[in-house]
Design a protein around this ligand. Structure first.
Ligand SMILES: Cc1ncc(COP(=O)(O)O)c(C=O)c1O
Length: 367
């Protein structure tokens, strides 16, 4: 039977590529910024207590929302829960973006902003981090004059690790009088900087959070948006009735109760990140200051072959050669033992930034 499905043009024209997250089991997974140490043991204990009857009913949200709101230091009306951080980002498109309307992003950044913008046929205004991975504040002010519907700003930014400070964020908010400003704080537990206390001062401010990173619940999919009650009510109008599953709520509840586990993990990541950055420097690899649980590194022209070698040895990293330049990679900070394994793999691979650069220059005829 021949049929012609009436698919939207924007769907066929979507370009932004998302890597398949399959076949990663039993590998050293330093490619998705997950908590490689695992979540608090309180989480599986809480999940095991769920009854068959509970699982058979549609979830109720009030009690969990109250507890999670308390965790973030806001009122329940100021917290919206979603099926992962990704889904929390999509709601901004549902609520604010028509086909052809502008959104503003600063690249390189989390690809889901562009991904959704393409699906919604939005016009993407992109400004760019500098070669030193600094945020272009003046460019942002200029772009905001065009009144984009939404500005998506990851802080710390993925993959650059860049952290905007409060003074810069305040200047952006003051310039954004006709724009919903989404500060994506997926990695705020590592940076220690959050704009949540400002939500009542700036109605255009929406803080996006996830339980996938420091809380270690990526498999369960729980994200959140925090904003003043009136602004958040607009997003709620675009939400389905049961956006979040009960297991995710129970797990998040248990995870935030075990604050000590989360603090310990964040502290470990920061310590290992400092060590690993110094290790890469010693090996002649450029890194950029990162406020997240990952590092952006530039291995130079020899990088792509090296990352392939890692993959063959079961070590996964997130290559960003296409978006940033040949040899750029984002590496999740795992446990000390995991990072030692990666360091050893680099050292035994025969990689040398200088020699690989010479080889590359010879090949391209630049020496
Ligand atoms: C900046 C940023 N925002 C949001 C997310 C979404 O995370 P999740 O959908 O797992 O909650 C990620 C995940 O990598 C991220 O890096």
């Amino acid at each position: 039977m021949k049929v012609q499905l009436p698919v939207r043009r924007a769907i066929l024209e979507r370009r932004t590529y998302e890597p398949l997250a399959e076949g990663r089991r039993n590998k050293l997974r330093l490619d998705f910024n997950e908590n490689t140490a695992g979540c608090s043991p309180a989480v599986p204990r809480a999940l095991a207590k769920l009854s068959t009857k509970q699982l058979a009913m549609y979830p109720e949200y009030e009690a969990s929302t109250q507890r999670l709101a308390r965790h973030f230091g806001v009122h329940p009306q100021e917290l919206l829960l979603a099926n992962g951080g990704d889904d929390a980002l999509r709601v901004f498109f549902d609520a604010f973006v028509d086909a052809g309307s502008r959104i503003l992003i600063c690249e390189p950044t989390f690809p889901m902003y562009r991904y959704y913008a393409e699906i919604f046929a939005a016009r993407i205004d992109a400004i760019h981090y500098s070669a030193e991975m600094q945020f272009p504040l003046e460019d942002a002010f200029l772009a905001l004059r065009k009144k984009p519907r939404v500005l998506f700003l990851a802080n710390p930014n993925n993959p650059t690790g860049t952290l905007l400070q409060k003074a810069q964020l305040q200047a952006i908010l003051k310039a954004a009088t006709h724009t919903a400003v989404v500060i994506d704080e997926a990695y705020a537990d590592f940076s220690g900087l959050t704009l949540i206390p400002w939500i009542r001062r700036y109605p255009q401010l929406f803080v996006a959070r996830t339980f996938s990173k420091a809380a270690g619940l990526a498999s369960l999919r729980l994200g959140a948006v925090i904003a003043c009650a009136e602004s958040l009510a607009l997003l709620r109008r675009a939400m389905p009735p049961y956006p979040v599953n009960l297991a995710a709520l129970v797990a998040a509840d248990a995870a935030v109760r075990d604050r000590a586990a989360m603090r310990r993990y964040v502290k470990d990541v920061k310590r290992v990140r400092t060590w690993f950055a110094a290790e890469l420097k010693r090996l002649g690899v450029t890194t950029y200051p990162s406020a997240g649980n990952f590092l952006l590194a530039d291995f130079g022209p020899g990088g792509p072959a090296l990352f392939e070698k890692f993959a063959r040895r079961g070590i996964l990293v997130r290559e960003r050669s296409k978006e940033i330049g040949p040899g750029f990679v984002r590496i999740t900070i795992g446990t000390a033992a995991e990072m030692q394994r990666l360091s050893k793999a680099i050292q035994t691979s025969g990689f040398s930034p200088a020699s690989s650069e010479r080889r590359w220059r010879r090949r391209t005829g630049t020496i």
